[in-house]
Ligand binder design. Structure first.
Ligand code: C5P
Length: 403
């Protein structure tokens, strides 16, 4: 059976350049069993034609609120009632503002008002428009009301700017639709996840850090929330939007992350250490900016070891959560991962080879092998979102079996 078999999705398209990806999105949704009805704003038709969307969805495209013929066949109330999900992709700043204000001044906004189905919003706009406090407040309002905010992604934009504001790729949206309709095996579970790098201050303007993007930890947080878990994400400094329904706690240093993680560990069922925690920090933070010396070409900074967060959590004697670590290695992956599993007393370790270009650090994809005391499983090249779901499914099986 296809993962979206029988699911009825209203795809609401507004007028952004990413609208050209909607034909692909519709194909991928229907291929997986969904029935898609497309509703377009007036501006959307400037970017992709209703005829194209009709051809790929196999359904007539609803375009106008005041078209008697269209209303006679299926009016806005019926379309809203028909939907199992209303997916707004791309959702422009204008559409987001109108929905947040509860307006019903075109067909798409009336469908949203008339629907009890979950609303998923895939923002797509210029990065400055996305950052604008008005847009942010509108998204926060919609999120508070239960709308799902999918993305945006960061990167190069059609206007030449670089930043947050790109619509998620069609397959990423399809993956989120699939997850949304999946059973919720992590319902009632509490999960704490560390993600991203840590920053270890040298002086007020300098720090030691690493290339971790936080993408894997954020993917885990997003998927865990979608699988029904109550998620706390303890995050180092990253350029990523907080996943929907996730409580995020921002930290900078490993010591801060240690405090936030260890104080919460015992109230969580599962702890996932996905952060690339700096192994060492400067012995002391210089109170003023360190000056270049004229008489020497060298400088020595004394480093001291940071506390091991995950090993501390895994060593808890009471209310110890099921503890999952990551191992990013450049060689002898299995040997080092197994060593870490035993040394840190973990229940599961997810190991990847970061020497391979295009996967691991900073990439959207990864290749992982999971090791636990009694077995292992290899996951070939896939998106971090898909791998996150696979990891959580494995955690669910192993932790249920254990308790
Ligand atoms: O020892 P290594 O840093 O390779 O171990 C990686 C695993 O340990 C990851 O799960 C990482 O989040 C965790 N870790 C930690 N605290 C540290 C160092 C690593 O929680 N100080």
């Amino acid at each position: 059976m296809q993962p979206l078999e029988g699911k009825k999705i209203v795809l609401g398209i507004s007028g952004g350049i990413a609208a050209y990806k909607c034909a692909e999105l519709t194909r991928r949704l229907t291929e997986r069993g969904a029935e898609v009805k497309v509703v377009m704003t007036k501006a959307a038709k400037e970017f992709i034609t209703p005829l194209t969307m009709q051809a790929v969805s196999g359904n007539p495209v609803a375009e106008s609120l005041l078209d008697p013929a269209a209303e006679a066949s299926m009016g806005h109330i019926e379309i809203g009632k028909w939907a199992d999900l209303v997916l707004l992709a791309p959702a422009t700043a204008d559409l987001i503002a109108r929905i947040s204000a509860g307006m019903g001044n075109d067909l798409l906004t009336t469908v949203v008002l008339a629907s009890e189905a979950p609303i998923a919003i895939a923002p797509a706009m210029n990065q400055q428009m996305y950052k604008n406090i008005a847009t942010q407040e509108n998204l926060a309002t919609l999120s508070r009301r239960g709308a799902l905010i999918w993305g945006p992604a960061a990167g190069e934009q059609a206007c030449g700017d670089v930043g947050l504001g790109r619509m998620l790729e069609p397959m990423q949206l399809v993956e989120r639709c699939i997850t949304l309709f999946q059973p919720k095996p992590l319902q009632g579970k509490k999960i704490a996840i560390t993600a991203g790098p840590t920053q270890e201050a040298i002086d007020p303007v300098r720090f030691i850090s690493n290339h971790s993007s936080g993408k894997m930890g954020y993917a885990l947080a997003e998927q865990a929330a979608q699988l029904g878990a109550e998620v706390t994400l303890i995050s180092g400094p990253v350029d990523l939007a907080t996943p929907n329904g996730v409580q995020r706690i921002d930290v900078l240093s490993a010591e801060d992350m240690f405090d936030e993680a260890t104080s919460r560990a015992q109230s969580n069922d599962i702890f996932i250490g996905c952060a690339a925690v700096a192994d060492y920090r400067p012995h002391a933070i210089a109170p003023q900016k360190m000056k270049k010396t004229v008489d020497s070409d060298e400088i020595t900074i004394r480093l001291v070891k940071n506390p091991d967060i995950i090993a501390t959590v895994a060593a808890l004697s009471e209310n110890r959560p099921f503890t999952v670590g990551f191992a990013a290695e450049t060689q002898n992956v299995e040997q080092y991962a197994m060593d870490k599993l035993h040394r840190k007393n973990l229940d599961l370790i997810c190991a990847n080879d970061v020497s391979q270009a295009g996967i691991g650090f900073n990439a959207n994809d990864n290749v992982l092998t999971l090791f636990w005391k009694e077995g292992n499983q290899h996951y070939p090249h896939a998106s971090k979102m898909l791998l996150a779901r696979a990891i959580l499914e494995k955690i669910e099986t192993l932790s249920t079996h254990k308790s």
